[in-house]
Design a protein around this ligand. Structure first.
Ligand code: SF4
Length: 441
């Protein structure tokens, strides 16, 4: 077995796990399969938060039946679907060779070896409540200048639509010293931007230190000198004044916050077990904009949660208007097996939900454009990622507010910072002209 491919579904936590899978396999002397080739080992790192991830997995694994038979390709499935379904996955997809859970990542190379020597599939899925925080695995980063840094895993919140607490287990924090040491090591390796990761970073440290210490963690990470710090995700009920103050004071912490609202209706928020009201959320938003008038705010919104009436939806429209979002991930509710919401009465028909969803998407688009237009004429510090996928003569980068910026240039600026004058604003990106490029933050 010499080549591998990792196919990732889902969130940033999964992207980070995939970098670790790639790092472990590379450490074993394996290389990434060239584009278009069938790899000797194909790893699916899955997500079960969204329904179409199950469908994608079934479709993609089934389509590999022939190559597996002819070439002996090993198929491994891990991540949330591996954790949730375990051995049962083999009933529908018997061609799978390895099933591993979210807490068995470190054992994947051994499991692949075992599967190569065994006529039977190998399954290893640990109970998430028994698992330790495994952070010190090799990683093969997608971009040399950016790193995901997990600070917590698991979640204690049990939102009624969400499967995460069942597949990732209860929240566990990593020690502050450990996080800071990793950031120092990453900087020595050329990283200029870190994204601190957790299902709910705002409650970071509660299990270790008896009280959340995320604001302190931000200050400690900023003290390393890393030029840019992002973090995700923030639960509104745990976003503290201390964290807002740290964001406002620390230049390295990006002026971008992803703060999922989910619904603007208090009745639906209660049914979702979110533990805040629309008024609580909007008060937080007001506090954020007061501390950081240039803050870019993004969110997640679910339309059509069981029992959502037209009035409930209007409350979501109202809250989304008031929050002045720069971006939003909008979802039509779909039941996840094993969650309380899946068995709630009053599931809403698609034909009722779709017009609501379309109205919300259009509101978010107007809001995003309205937030981008005032940036025309300003100078933004941009971290460049490389040539645009659509046009090799266009460089793509991001502002601290996480806005995509396109600049017409062939300059080799990937992984470096430069100042860009913004000339035009579109809904989902800005167009600009390069005015300097030093590589410093
Ligand atoms: S906070 Fe809620 S939505 Fe987020 S991971 Fe935890 S249970 Fe899921």
């Amino acid at each position: 077995m010499t080549t591998f491919q990792v196919r990732t579904f889902g969130c940033q936590m999964n992207k980070h796990d995939s970098e670790r899978i790639a790092g472990m396999l590379a450490e074993r002397g394996m290389t990434v399969a060239p584009e278009g080739d069938i790899a000797d080992v194909i790893v699916f790192n899955t997500c079960c938060v969204r329904e179409n991830a199950d469908e994608r997995l079934y479709g993609q694994v089934s389509s590999l039946t022939g190559v597996r038979r002819e070439r002996g390709t090993i198929i491994a499935v891990g991540g949330c679907i591996g954790q949730r379904d375990g051995e049962q996955l083999l009933r529908t997809l018997p061609m799978i060779d390895v099933v591993f859970g979210t807490h068995n990542l470190a054992r994947l190379p051994e499991l692949i070896d075992a599967a190569a020597d065994s006529p039977r599939p190998v399954v290893e899925v640990e109970d998430p409540s028994d698992a330790d925080f495994t952070a010190d695995l090799p990683s093969r980063r997608e971009h040399p200048w950016h790193a995901w840094v997990p600070v917590t895993v698991g979640c204690n919140n049990f939102c009624t639509y969400c499967i995460v607490p069942y597949v990732r287990g209860r929240e566990r924090s990593r020690s502050m010293e450990d996080v800071v040491a990793e950031v120092h090591a990453l900087m020595a390796d050329g990283v200029v931007e870190v994204t601190l990761l957790g299902q709910n970073v705002n409650s970071y440290g509660r299990d270790l230190y008896g009280a959340p210490r995320f604001a302190e963690l931000l200050r400690e990470v900023a003290a390393t000198g890393v030029p840019r710090i992002r973090f995700t995700t923030s639960h509104p009920k745990d976003l503290s004044t201390a964290t807002i103050a740290a964001m406002a004071e620390l230049p390295a912490v990006c002026r971008h916050l992803h703060l999922p609202l989910q619904s603007g209706s208090d009745r639906i928020l209660k049914a979702m077990n979110r533990r805040y009201t629309q008024a609580d959320y909007l008060a937080l938003v007001a506090q954020l904009y007061e501390a950081m008038p240039d803050l870019a705010l993004s969110t997640d919104l679910i339309v059509g949660f069981p029992g959502e009436t037209e009035e409930d939806f209007e409350e979501t429209m109202l809250a989304a208007t008031a929050a002045h979002y720069d971006a939003a991930f909008t979802f039509i509710y779909s039941p996840r097996a094993g969650t309380p919401a899946a068995s709630m009465a009053e599931q809403i028909a698609k034909e009722v939900v779709q017009p609501r969803f379309d109205r919300l998407v259009s509101l978010v688009q107007s809001s995003a454009l309205a937030k981008n237009v005032p940036l025309v004429g300003t100078v933004q510090r941009v971290l460049f990622e490389g040539a645009s996928k659509r046009d090799g003569a266009v460089l793509m980068g991001r502002t601290a507010g996480n806005k995509v910026v396109h600049v017409r240039s062939h300059a080799a600026l990937a992984g470096t910072f430069a100042d860009v004058r913004i000339d035009d604003a579109q809904t989902w990106f800005l167009l600009g002209t390069l005015i300097s490029g030093t590589g410093d933050a």
